[in-house]
Design a protein around this ligand. Structure first.
Ligand SMILES: NC(=O)c1ccc[n+]([C@@H]2O[C@H](COP(=O)([O-])OP(=O)(O)OC[C@H]3O[C@@H](n4cnc5c(N)ncnc54)[C@H](OP(=O)(O)O)[C@@H]3O)[C@@H](O)[C@H]2O)c1
Length: 280
């Protein structure tokens, strides 16, 4: 029996669809554990899952979806085109493999990294537009795109991505990219919201969590939600999965939100999109 999903707000996308603001991330969920971990997440009440070809765990995610018995229309599944597959034929073959693994439909398909050191980002976006036209892929977007990369798509006369999934957490707020996305009507998804665990020892966050009677994780995730971004924390523990879903019965004040944003020190949890070019 799965737990009924909590009431999770929807964020409108520019293509007319609406995405659940809170979901479950699967980066570093080993392929062998993915079916169990994602089954636990669905059982806890998550209905939005974020995976990627790069994570190697789409098959496990797909098996958990199938085993859940949940109606497919109740779920939102995001996956991402891997860096190795930007060329048209490779991209279409990779899409077919993802669709097969994930039960035949993808709600949101992202270009995982821009690889702008190696290629014109407009080329892969044209490939994505073709994929949306020809496959069961409902919305398309990008990940780790900077304002320069987004400007290049506009300059090439291409469509605007529905979503940009970028690193954003208290130590790397990424407000310049967020502001640029807001101007372009692109919804922002905040990856590594907990800075992959680095937030937990922070004395200021510990004090704020005590003050509001919540955990550090809940306070940070609530900060992301109140900033209007979409978020999908990863956890391997059913208890922490439930903790990360319990975000809708408290609110942070403007002052509390500002105190979290003030922790920004420019430390990234992941690579810099301007220099990251891994194609493995
Ligand atoms: N597009 C991209 O390039 C990109 C890059 C990175 C991530 N992402 C996406 O964003 C998702 C989230 O980011 P992330 O997985 O990197 O990191 P994250 O969600 O910021 O942090 C995950 C870490 O926090 C721990 N954690 C989670 N909830 C907790 C809680 N309530 N109390 C204590 N510890 C807790 C987890 O440990 P346990 O598992 O032990 O609970 C794990 O070590 C990913 O899973 C992926 O879907 C995308």
């Amino acid at each position: 029996m799965t737990t009924p999903a909590p009431q999770i707000p929807l964020i409108d996308l520019s293509d007319g669809r609406a995405i659940p603001q809170l979901g479950f991330g699967t980066y570093q969920v080993p392929p062998a554990d993915a079916e169990r971990v994602v089954s636990d997440a669905l059982e806890a009440g998550y209905r939005h899952l974020d995976t990627a070809q790069m994570y190697g765990n789409e098959e496990g995610v797909g098996r958990a979806i199938a085993a859940s018995g949940l109606p497919r229309e109740d779920l939102w599944i995001t996956t991402k085109l891997n860096n190795t597959f930007h060329e048209r034929t490779a991209a279409r073959e990779a899409t077919e493999r993802s669709l097969e693994a994930l039960g035949g439909r993808i709600d949101l398909y992202l270009v995982h990294w821009p690889l702008a050191m190696h290629e014109d980002v407009a080329r892969v976006w044209e490939v994505m537009e073709g994929i949306r036209a020809d496959y069961s892929v409902d919305s398309i977007g990008v990940s780790n795109f900077t304002p320069a990369h987004l400007a290049r798509l506009a300059e090439a006369g291409l469509s605007t991505p529905a979503v940009n999934q970028i690193e954003s957490n208290p130590y790397f707020v990424n407000d310049e990219v967020r502001a640029d996305c807001a101007e372009r009507g692109i919804a922002v998804e905040a990856w590594s919201p907990l800075a992959q665990g680095a937030v937990f020892g922070d004395p200021q966050l510990v004090a704020l969590a005590e003050q509001v009677g919540r955990t550090v994780s809940q306070v940070v995730l609530r900060w992301v939600l109140q900033r209007g971004d979409i978020v999908f924390p990863k956890s391997s523990s059913p208890e922490r999965m439930r903790e990360n879903l319990a975000l809708f019965d408290f609110e942070l004040s403007d002052e509390q939100l500002a105190s979290i944003s003030a922790l920004h020190n420019g430390t990234r949890s992941g690579p810099d999109p301007d220099t990251f070019g891994w194609r493995g």
